[in-house]
Design a protein around this ligand. Structure first.
Ligand code: ZN
Length: 380
């Protein structure tokens, strides 16, 4: 039986459709989008709200979910990282899995249909195998000393293979420029071929200082970890400028970009997707990116929640509201595009996600009142 849905607004990929638009559905699958004039009035079901494609959370660490409310706010990235290292293994596998299970449910209930998830362990694997959410697993690899590059990649590939052998989508990913050698970045990018990867980019001012050869808390972190980095010669450029040549021809999601400058953006190309996680930026650094600098790149911006270690929820609407609170340079349509279509393109799943097509149970019903976006329900 056919159904004909109209709504206050229907958002598809980049814009709100004409007000008279109707989604035609058969067995929950979108057949076409037509207009009211084509459908008898008494057949039309009205949905009170905005219909959008399901949300894409382009950056998360579900395996850190057990650290919710365990780490103080506004400590800065380096203290935050030290706390993660100290606390992440203080829990049983059972506890960790329970929190990952809850995080997966929470995202589903908040209208998230696909996630780019950073993995340092296999803890999330049993949950993902049964999840209703699509996961792209970014197997995180690090090591600043280039002599260990091959070894680090080999170790990372063991975890990568475990995910692949369990039917999961996965690629390998460098952690951050200050923790991964160019040699390792180059090997990682080579290994991924055309599959998307990701990196934490310019999340802290300390990264800029480190690459400029100035006194940086990143040096303290290496001291704390008892790792000598005497071999490292600061390039006296921005971190992005330093590693970007290895990224140029590959699709990558750059995450955070809190301290990215216009001069950094200028030399990047269309292979870059810029992922914003504003709630985590406020939690950790109490700073937000210079969004204005990204205005021209709206088709390449996506949204992430980061982990529950640095956020109070995993909620794309809340991330968008934080951006709306802070700046009015993005329209609601642009931000919905970032949270749906752009994220799907970044994760290379736009054949299934990010548009008004396919199964309607992946779609969301939202409201937008007083400059605030609110998730109401999944479309039924
Ligand atoms: Zn992250």
């Amino acid at each position: 039986m056919l159904r004909f849905l109209s709504a206050n607004k229907i958002f598809n990929q980049t814009k709100f459709l004409q007000p008279n638009s109707i989604i035609v559905i058969e067995s929950n699958i979108v057949k076409e989008i037509t207009s009211k004039a084509e459908v008898p009035n008494d057949k039309i079901e009205f949905i009170d709200g905005i219909i959008t494609p399901g949300f894409i959370n382009a950056h998360c660490h579900t395996e850190l979910s057990h650290l919710k409310e365990k780490i103080n706010i506004n400590t800065g990235l380096i203290e935050f990282a030290k706390n993660i290292i100290k606390q992440r293994n203080e829990y049983t596998l059972n506890e960790i899995e329970k929190h990952i299970f809850d995080a997966d449910e929470l995202m589903y209930k908040n209208g998230i249909v696909a996630v780019g998830d950073i993995c340092n362990t296999s803890h999330s694997l049993p949950i993902k195998k049964r999840s209703k959410i699509y996961y792209h697993n970014f197997i995180e690899i690090m090591g600043l000393n280039p002599i260990y590059a091959e070894h680090s990649l080999k170790e990372g590939l063991k975890l990568h293979n475990l995910f692949l052998n369990n039917g999961q989508k996965a690629s390998v990913a460098p952690h951050a420029p200050y923790s991964t050698s160019l040699e390792l970045i180059s090997q990682i990018e080579k290994h991924n071929g055309t599959i998307v990867s990701t990196i934490h980019n310019q999340e802290s001012e300390e990264e800029t200082l480190f690459f400029n050869g100035e006194n940086s808390k990143i040096n303290d972190l290496y001291n704390y970890l008892n790792i000598s980095i005497n071999f490292f010669k600061a390039p006296k450029s921005s971190s992005l400028n330093y590693y970007y040549p290895y990224f140029k021809n590959k699709k990558n999601i750059l995450v955070h970009n809190t301290f990215t400058k216009e001069t950094d953006i200028e030399f990047t190309n269309d292979n870059v997707y810029w992922c914003f996680c504003p709630n985590a930026n406020l939690y950790i650094e109490n700073s937000l990116p210079n969004y204005k600098a990204f205005q021209k790149l709206m088709s390449h911006i996506c949204i992430g929640t980061d982990s529950l270690a640095s956020n109070t929820s995993l909620d794309v609407c809340s991330e968008i509201n934080t951006i709306l609170n802070h700046t009015n340079i993005f329209s609601i349509e642009q931000l919905l595009q970032a949270a749906t279509y752009n994220g799907a393109k970044a994760l290379q799943i736009n054949d299934v996600y990010g548009s008004i097509k396919g199964n309607i149970t992946s779609f969301n019903v939202l409201t937008f009142k007083n400059n605030k976006l609110k998730f109401i329900s999944k479309l039924k």
